[in-house]
Design a protein around this ligand. Structure first.
Ligand code: ADP
Ligand code: MG
Length: 253
């Protein structure tokens, strides 16, 4: 393991309800890099994100996960989050009755940090402004009646507030409108600029990658990682899809 490797997965296999989904995944993300995980619908990309976060719905049947030099394979999700892992979900949360402001405070305090009221107000106010978000949203109920773009802004606000060491962004395969796409792009850029953040972006939609320098692309098909390469892979997949990789995997079996 190189000393600057932030995330190292070795031989990860995972099942849901005894059905194997992920097969012996080896994947490494060095600190400060931007990695992309691509693959057709149902390949297991979101499952991989959930397994990295320790979601109990997924059973790890073999392998290990090392993060920032620590073996986190057995750690509970909250401990992983404290260690600096962040996953943005495909379906963002809605919590009626809880103002966004209180939710943001709770996630920061949940990490064991003390927050001073005044400073915190100022900080989230400023972050909202940098994301072109109307500060009035901070007093609205979390997620309730938010548009797709507004939900994405909340997600990016969380990202910039928490400044995790690794952000895993799992984007919906469709349904991100132009506004939401630009919010995600802007959020990712700010995260890179403000804390030299490391990104693992799970996506179909290569448009959100346009403003980023991608270091490495991983391709997943039927729960297997079947290819890895530089950013030229993105254009290749945009042009040709995943059929070649699916055929290769079928031949190898
Ligand atoms: P992707 O994100 O690449 O589209 P997913 O990881 O969502 O793929 O799904 C991979 C496979 O695992 C699919 O066959 C899906 O039905 C199954 N799967 C994922 N999560 C669950 C779950 N919680 N319960 C049952 N099946 C699941
Ligand atoms: Mg998915």
């Amino acid at each position: 393991m190189a000393s600057n490797d932030l995330l190292v997965c070795r031989g990860l296999s995972a099942s849901v309800d005894e059905k194997p989904i992920l097969h012996a995944i080896d994947l490494t993300v060095p600190q400060g890099e931007v990695h992309v995980l691509m693959g057709p619908n149902g390949a297991g990309k979101s499952t991989f994100g959930h397994v990295l976060m320790g979601d109990p719905a997924y059973e790890l049947t073999s392998g290990e996960i090392s993060f920032d030099g620590e073996d986190v394979t057995e750690l509970a999700p909250d401990k992983r989050s404290r260690a600096g892992l962040f996953l943005s979900f495909q379906a963002p949360v809605e919590i009626p009755g809880v103002p966004l402001r209180s939710f943001l405070r709770a996630i920061v305090e949940g990490r064991g940090e003390k927050v001073k009221n005044k400073e915190f107000r100022k900080k989230i106010q400023e972050l909202a402004k940098t994301l072109d978000m109307d500060p009035a949203y901070l007093d609205r109920e979390l997620g309730v009646g938010f548009s797709g773009g507004e939900k994405k802004k909340v997600e990016m606000l969380q990202l910039l507030l928490l400044q995790p060491k690794l952000a895993i962004l799992d984007e919906t395969d469709s349904g991100l409108d132009v506004d939401a796409l630009s919010v995600v792009s802007r959020g990712m850029e700010l995260y890179r600029e403000t804390c030299d953040g490391t990104l693992l972006i799970i996506t179909h939609n290569t448009r959100i990658l346009e403003h980023l320098e991608v270091d490495r692309v991983h391709v997943m098909v039927h729960g297997h990682l079947v290819a890895e390469g530089d950013s030229s892979l993105i254009d290749e997949i945009d042009a040709n899809g995943f059929e070649r990789y699916e055929a290769q995997l079928a031949d190898a079996k």
